[in-house]
Design a protein around this ligand. Sequence first.
Ligand SMILES: Cc1cc2nc3c(=O)[nH]c(=O)nc-3n(C[C@H](O)[C@H](O)[C@H](O)COP(=O)(O)O)c2cc1C
Length: 176
Amino acid sequence: MSFLDLARNRYSCRDFDRNRAVSRNILSGIIETARLAPSACNRQPWTFVVIDDECDASCREVVIESYNRPWVTTAPAFIVACGNHEEAWHRASDNKDHTDVDLSIAIEHICLAAADEGLGTCWVCNFDVDKIKSGLNIPAQYEPIAIIPIGYPAPDATIATKNRKDIDEILKWGKF
Ligand SMILES: Cc1cc2nc3c(=O)[nH]c(=O)nc-3n(C[C@H](O)[C@H](O)[C@H](O)COP(=O)(O)O)c2cc1C
């Protein structure tokens, strides 16, 4: 698949095949693409907590309770992407914390790598941060940036058509 086709094919999957596990070999390979992502000053301020059915069932429950939507229960695995604010680069001129920027790049590597494997993912940020932090023992300096449910899409999953701004609206040559 060309990169353009991969970007076109990736979509937010909210209907997974719960009974089809994703192997740890595939999950590790997907995290490898996050490991290779660029980060400001190469600080790599990330840790990825992967939860599958081989983990204690309580971990899965924590994730589901933190984002209580029926579709989430269809995912066979979750990746909780955590950013370390103490390790991330802060820009000298205004002290801007680049944790979110670095984690976003790594997370999108994960989503695109998953799509390349025929897997579905969805960024989830609208979760209860305190529940995830305490339930998964995430240290204080780390922030859970996103939960990524991951799995094979249900055979009859509907794929929404892409709703995007036109290129003319977002591309400016020379000046804004
Ligand atoms: C930073 C971020 C946060 C998101 N949070 C959620 C979320 O909490 N729940 C959800 O269902 N989708 C979430 N999404 C998915 C978006 O709704 C989705 O990417 C967007 O509607 C475009 O659709 P597509 O991914 O299928 O192309 C999030 C996406 C991003 C990038």
